[in-house]
Write a protein that binds this ligand. Structure first.
Ligand SMILES: *[C@@H]1O[C@H](CO)[C@@H](O)[C@H](O)[C@H]1NC(C)=O
Ligand SMILES: *[C@@H]1O[C@H](CO)[C@@H](O)[C@H](O)[C@H]1NC(C)=O
Ligand SMILES: *[C@@H]1O[C@H](CO)[C@@H](O)[C@H](O)[C@H]1NC(C)=O
Ligand SMILES: *[C@@H]1O[C@H](CO)[C@@H](O)[C@H](O)[C@H]1NC(C)=O
Ligand SMILES: *[C@@H]1O[C@H](CO)[C@@H](O)[C@H](O)[C@H]1NC(C)=O
Length: 305
């Protein structure tokens, strides 16, 4: 008995367990899309395992996905992937198959739910079907902000990315307006047409499996929003109001976790450009109908402009 146990320990203490499974070869690359059975995964000596995600934060870009993931990770029953994996939206990644996807997942204890977030999933048309093929009953998290705020935040991020590379980037008005009309070809505007993407998700997943977090509320008052997420995922209520504290200098909430304090990265919560009332009015007019359509689709309204 002892020798069997010792043998098992030796097997389990192999440093690279994943390699004991069939590695993707030419043949598995060709079997596209990847097989839908859950890939096998080993239990590590510390009792952890890599799993397919139990829940995915699918978007939206600039909606507050990082804040949501950080806040959710306060819960001891959550194990989250650190980076954005882009498995379902990037062809090169998707071709690697589910076994590769699992290998990108965090090490989770049996009582933990595995979470990954890739904000680009929400606006990619091929992603819902692919996630459905992996797990048709998966619970999805979507965090949304006012579509106009999202456009400005999207612009601000691209603006700073250019600035960091010493490149110039046009003022927001130059991109958003064309001959005094809204430039609806601007990608950031298209990405805020939530209903057009949501329709696609709802052809695969029932509405009750997609929990929408109000990103504007989450920033102003995180605790109630995160409690709703706990309930949606059937987690025990363990995140406390005292896990959040307001940082006046930053102007938003930071997290406190067993004495450790942390705030989101400097690049989060940047001030958006001020836009003139003419442009704001154009944006409001433009998003009025799409927002209404979105509210009808999901049977819920938001305090958007
Ligand atoms: C558990 O073991 C794995 C594999 O050795 C390691 O990568 C991981 O960091 C460990 N996790 C914890 C929480 O100790
Ligand atoms: C699919 O998702 C549901 C809901 O999170 C989960 O209970 C189930 O274990 C998942 N199945 C697989 C194969 O991961
Ligand atoms: C940008 O310009 C500054 C000053 O002109 C220079 O110090 C820095 O190295 C440049 N950065 C890049 C990424 O080129
Ligand atoms: C948004 O852009 C995509 C890709 O360019 C396009 O196919 C789609 O029709 C646009 N959506 C709307 C509602 O205009
Ligand atoms: C509050 O934010 C400021 C500015 O980012 C930072 O320097 C400071 O350490 C933060 N304080 C706390 C208690 O988080």
């Amino acid at each position: 008995m002892a020798s069997i146990l010792l043998g098992m320990c030796l097997i389990f203490s192999q440093p690279k367990l994943v390699s004991s499974y069939p590695t993707p070869n030419e043949k598995t690359y060709a079997s596209f899309p990847p097989p839908i059975n859950e890939p096998r995964n080993a239990v590590y000596p510390n009792g952890t395992q890599q799993h397919l995600p139990h829940t995915i934060i699918i978007g939206v870009r600039k909606g507050g996905t990082r804040a949501l993931l950080e806040m959710l990770s306060l819960h001891p029953d959550i194990s989250s992937a650190e980076t954005e994996i882009h498995f379902f939206d990037w062809e090169d990644q998707y071709r690697k198959g589910l076994q590769w996807y699992v290998s990108q997942m965090p090490f989770s204890y049996p009582h933990q739910l595995t979470v990954e977030k890739t904000p680009a999933y929400f606006t990619s048309f091929k992603v819902p079907e692919r996630i459905y093929n992996m797990n048709s009953t998966i619970k999805l998290l979507l965090i949304l902000r006012d579509p106009i705020e999202r456009v400005l935040s999207d612009y601000t991020q691209v603006y700073y990315n250019h600035l960091q590379k010493n490149k110039s980037y046009p003022p927001v008005e130059d991109l958003l307006l064309k001959n005094n009309e809204l430039n609806t070809n601007y990608k950031a505007i298209n990405r805020s047409l939530y209903y057009s993407f949501m329709e696609n998700w709802l052809t695969y997943f029932p509405l009750e499996n997609i929990h929408i977090v109000d990103g504007d509320y989450l920033i102003r008052n995180p605790f109630p929003e995160i409690q709703k997420v706990e309930r949606f995922l059937n987690l025990s209520p363990q995140i406390k109001a005292s896990n959040f504290y307001y940082n006046r200098t930053k102007g938003f909430y930071c997290l406190r976790d067993s004495g450790r304090e942390r705030c989101l990265h400097e690049s989060k919560g940047r001030a958006h450009p001020r836009i003139n009332s003419f442009l704001l009015e154009k944006l409001r007019e433009y998003f009025y109908e799409p927002n209404k359509k979105f509210f009808q689709l999901i049977g819920r309204t938001f305090d958007w402009l």
